[in-house]
Structures are given as structure tokens and as C-alpha cells.
Write a protein that binds this ligand. Structure first.
Ligand code: FAD
Length: 292
């Protein structure tokens, strides 16, 4: 089964993102989360690819174990960072051999400083679109790519960003997933500018429930845009009360996802940080079980 097939059934899809943990305890927590989310029957789950070192092997191991030991459909993220074309081909082949046919093709960021100079591996690739091409050449994979509502931080202009995004889709992407955002209008503007080019690749919305104030700061670094000021002020007003912050986060995420669903979003991709509770609460608020 592929994400493409899930989307063709009309959607909306909903999916969960995990990252490869570094410690045995965090690994145990991840598998507990996976087991807690499995009964929600998501369309797929994805596992991010580390910036370097052992977490990269862990991505492959976890994805393969999801494929063999659970009922879930895994999507493996893969980046071009510090890999030769031969290594990338071997990784894609390895995943395929384990029955993983769904992949997210990313360029990745330079290890250490994400905004540092991008240095291509001497025998590697420059852009995510090259990795889409490599996956396409290799076999009949279902390939997703990243989209950025606030443009990628390295893109000079929104127009450039849209142009390169569409080129990446034309290289053979089946769908895209956005970086997290907190205002539905920002997603809708991205969807409109992509549609205006004639590109109809489905763009799934990346949603991350705010569960504590620290997440807001982190989200700014990840999304490449300031957290919306009005919303930040509402969180600040209850910052002294972690419980109130959390319930506001669940409420706001649910409201955002509700609006996106009303606007006909093809899917919602929850960034879980390897915990299930917040995602399960938003899922329950949306009555997603009844929608699909
Ligand atoms: P690209 O699409 O290659 O774009 C990079 C920059 O180059 C953009 O500014 C783009 O406009 C520009 N560009 C593209 N093509 C050209 C061209 N031909 N000529 C000139 N400029 C061009 N990172 C990880 O390390 N691991 C993960 O698992 C991971 N998962 C992610 C999942 C999602 C849903 C998202 C949104 C991001 C994820 N990232 C991950 C982060 C991502 O790797 C970084 O944001 C990275 O900087 C950009 O990757 P990309 O695939 O969008 O790159």
C-alpha cells in the first residue's frame, strides 16, 4: 500500500511523525507511543532521518520494524546530507528489500548549524528534487517532499520558493508535507500559489500541538517564521500555568485542524515528538475516527 493510494481514496489522510530516539528509555517510549496510536488506524506514520551518526541507522531500523511488526504503513524520511549517490541508492534498496515503498525525499540541513553553508557530498546530490529522481529511477516508490508555508529560509523570495517546489514535484513527487504552521491562512496561501502554477500535488498540513512554552520557541527555529503574535500573547498570558498552556495548545491545534479540514485539506500530518497523548486528544476533538 502507498500514501498515493490513501490519497486517491479521497482522504483526508491523517498521519503521525516520529523521530529516532537516542536512548534505550526513549526507544521504549517511542514503541509505547506507536502502540497507543496504532488503534487510531492512521493512513501512515513517518520516521525522520537524523542529521548524522547512529540515529540514521535507527531510522531505517524503526521504519523496517514498523513494517514488519505493526499494522501501520511506514514512510522513511531520507536526506542527501553527507551521502554519496551510491550510499543513497544502497539505502533506498535496503528499505525496498524490507518492504518499505514509501519515502520522503529531503535535502536536509548541514549538521551542526542548520543555517550554515550547505556543502554537497563530492559524489552526492544538491537538492531534494535530485533525490526524488534517484528514488523514481530505482523503483516504483511513492515519494513525498517537504513544503514551506513561510518559504524555505534559504529561498530568496516566495516566488523562487514556489518555482523550486513545483520543480521538485515535477521531478516525480506524489505529495508534499508542510513544515509546521499555526495560521490556516498561511497554509491556504501556499496551496493557492502552488495551484496557480498548475501543479496539483496534494499538500498535507504539518500540525504540531503546543504542549509547553518551550515548544513555541523551538517551532520558530523549525518553521522559519515567528509564532503568530496574537496567539503568542494568549499563551504568554497563561505561561505561569503549564496545565493551562497545554490545554490551550490542544484547543488551538484542534481549531486549526478543523478549519483546514473545512477548507478541504488532503491530509493532516501530526508531529508527535514521540508522545501520543496530545495527538490523541486533538484526534478525539476532531472526531477523526468518524470522518474517515
Ligand atoms: P530542497 O527542496 O532541496 O530546497 C532547499 C533550498 O534550495 C530551498 O530554498 C529551495 O527553494 C532551493 N532550491 C531547490 N531546488 C533548487 C534549484 N534547482 N536551484 C536553486 N535553488 C533550489 N530534515 C532532516 O534532516 N531529516 C528529516 O527527516 C526531515 N524531515 C522533514 C519533514 C518535513 C515535512 C519538512 C517540511 C522538513 C523536514 N526536514 C528534515 C527539514 C529539511 O531537510 C530542511 O528544511 C532542508 O533545509 C530543506 O529540505 P528540502 O527537502 O525542502 O530541500
Amino acid at each position: 500500500r502507498t500514501v498515493r493510494e490513501c490519497l486517491a481514496e479521497g482522504g483526508p489522510t491523517f498521519s503521525f511523525e516520529f523521530f529516532p530516539p537516542k536512548t534505550i528509555e526513549d526507544d521504549r517510549l517511542l514503541w509505547q507511543t506507536i502502540r497507543e496510536l496504532e488503534p487510531l488506524h492512521p493512513s501512515f506514520v513517518s520516521v525522520t532521518y537524523g542529521a548524522g551518526g547512529s540515529t540514521r541507522t535507527r531510522t531505517i531500523e524503526i521504519t523496517e520494524r514498523i513494517a514488519s511488526d505493526t499494522t501501520l504503513l511506514p514512510v522513511a524520511h531520507l536526506t542527501a546530507v553527507n551521502h554519496s549517490v551510491a550510499e543513497l541508492r544502497a539505502l533506498v534498496g535496503h528499505l525496498a528489500g524490507a518492504g518499505v515503498r514509501n519515502m520522503l525525499a529531503l535535502r536536509g540541513d548541514p549538521p551542526g548549524d542548520p543555517m550554515g553553508e550547505w556543502v554537497q557530498h563530492p559524489e552526492g546530490l544538491s537538492y531534494a528534487s535530485d533525490l526524488v529522481g534517484l528514488m523514481r529511477e530505482h523503483g516504483n516508490f511513492c515519494v513525498g517532499v517537504a513544503a514551506f508555508p513561510y518559504k524555505h529560509p534559504r529561498s530568496m523570495t516566495i516566488e523562487d520558493d514556489t518555482k523550486w517546489f513545483v520543480q521538485k514535484c515535477r521531478a516525480g513527487a506524489d505529495y508534499a508535507i508542510t513544515q509546521m504552521f499555526f495560521d490556516a491562512d498561511d497554509y491556504l496561501r501556499l496551496r493557492d500559489r502552488v495551484a496557480a502554477t498548475g501543479c496539483d500535488v496534494p499538500i498535507l498540513a504539518g500540525v504540531m500541538p503546543v504542549t509547553n512554552i518551550g515548544v513555541i520557541k523551538r517551532s520558530e527555529q523549525l518553521s522559519g517564521a515567528p509564532f503568530p503574535a496574537k496567539l503568542a500573547a494568549r499563551f504568554d498570558a497563561v505561561a505561569h500555568d503549564p496545565k493551562a498552556v497545554r490545554s490551550m495548545g490542544i484547543y488551538e491545534s484542534s481549531k486549526l485542524a478543523e478549519r483546514l479540514l473545512d477548507e478541504g485539506v488532503p491530509g493532516i500530518h501530526f508531529i508527535t515528538f514521540n508522545r501520543s497523548k496530545a495527538t490523541r486528544e486533538v484526534w478525539a476533538n476532531l472526531a477523526l475516527g468518524a470522518r474517515i
